[in-house]
Design a protein around this ligand. Structure first.
Ligand code: FAQ
Length: 346
């Protein structure tokens, strides 16, 4: 009841909704063989097939995937920071063990995703350089502080809940390595969401002070989680093409709506109020209406001016610099081993 389902109905699929998979036009000067490859690719996408690393793909498709997958990978490893802060302050051994496992999972998600992006010909060093120099984006949500233990529960419930909602459709992404990585990621995110919700359920059976902490954390995170799904469809420059290519399957607004509809009953069971006076069931739409998201704040955060942007980027750059000797030692060891193997083989 309190997690997002692991299946997506075909009705939500852009293609089943009647859109065609027609793609960016092939440049006029393309050779006959390029046009044939493009036609083959289009046919594969139209038939809802998978594209694999060594197969031909248009440059724009490759570029879009590198952009989205690397941003996703960056979000996972930056996302380790707000919760990682709480490992040493978890209220019990059980909560500490769960939190360590969760934060470690997020690091693993980063690894699968960097590996998936590398199959497109961009190196991990290039992607990390883009993150460290502020050229690459990562999810806006990780630029907000986790002020107390209730925030850790709310990040699990709402942030991971929003992440699963967005990521389940990506299990059917047209690019094979991304889709396969997402299957495992979603299973782990489901555990993350449940552990957060369960931690909050326990707090909500506690003292008045604990209950107030949960409500305060929900008040601070709710709107940021709604913004996480990205700009409204009308202002989303990448959505239409991403959906025609079968990379994105459900639009930003539709995912946001699904998240609201799934979360309202969960909030009721928990006993918290979602901080939106306009939130109400719309019988006609069979969905909840909700209030205005502050998009100015969202863009300010995406563009580097959120409350924790500098701290988050600083922590990643420091971890990279502090780890230089480990990378150098691992490389030297691998080179030594390779030289020994070659000597033995000679
Ligand atoms: N934050 O045209 P669209 C997690 C950018 S993982 C920052 O709609 P698109 C797990 C967007 O990149 C969370 N920037 O773009 C976890 C684009 O800029 P660009 C991450 C955002 O790609 C939990 C511009 O706005 N998940 O939470 C955001 O079609 C707990 C225009 O937007 C993923 O990355 C944002 N929220 O749709 C970890 C999932 N939204 O690139 C640790 C995969 C939009 O043109 C702890 N990604 N922008 O310069 C996606 O599904 C898509 O990329 C969207 C954006 C939906 C994020």
């Amino acid at each position: 009841m309190y997690t997002q389902s692991f299946s997506v109905s075909d009705q939500d699929d852009a293609k089943s909704a009647g859109q065609t998979a027609s793609l960016v036009a092939v440049p006029k000067q393309a050779s006959a063989s390029e046009q044939a490859l493009q036609a083959q690719f289009d046919e594969r996408i139209d038939a809802d097939g998978r594209v694999e690393p060594r197969e031909w793909m248009p440059d724009a498709y490759r570029k879009t995937l590198v952009r989205q997958i690397s941003q996703h990978a960056h979000s996972e490893i930056v996302g380790m920071l707000p919760e990682g802060n709480w490992i040493s302050r978890a209220p019990s051994l059980k909560r500490k063990a769960i939190l360590i496992a969760k934060v470690q999972d997020e690091g693993g998600h980063g690894l699968y995703l960097y590996s998936a992006a590398e199959t497109l010909g961009t190196s991990r060093d290039q992607m990390l350089d883009a993150l460290h120099t502020g050229k690459a984006k990562y999810s806006s949500i990780f630029n907000y502080p986790t002020l107390n233990w209730a925030d850790v529960g709310v990040v699990g419930w709402l942030v991971d809940g929003a992440a699963i909602m967005n990521q389940i459709p990506l299990c059917r992404c047209s690019y094979g390595p991304y889709a396969r990585a997402m299957v495992r990621v979603c299973k782990e995110e489901s555990f993350h969401q449940r552990q957060g919700y369960e931690a909050l359920l326990v707090m909500m059976q506690g003292t008045a002070e604990q209950k107030a902490m949960v409500q305060d954390a929900v008040n601070r995170w709710w709107w940021k989680c709604l913004a996480m799904f990205g700009p409204p469809d009308a202002d989303s420059p990448n959505s239409a093409q991403g959906m025609r290519w079968g990379i994105k399957r459900i639009s930003n607004d539709d995912l946001r709506q699904k998240f609201v509809d799934a979360t309202v009953p969960q909030a009721k069971v928990l006993g918290v109020t979602l901080p939106d006076p306009d939130l109400k069931w719309n019988e006609e739409r069979q969905a909840h209406d909700y209030g205005q998201i502050d998009w100015d704040e969202f863009w300010a955060t995406v563009n580097g001016n959120g409350p924790c942007n500098k701290e988050r980027l600083g922590a990643r750059v420091k971890a990279w610099n502090d780890g230089a000797w480990v990378r150098e030692a691992a490389l030297a060891h691998a080179q030594k081993q390779q030289a020994r193997q070659m000597k033995e083989a000679a």
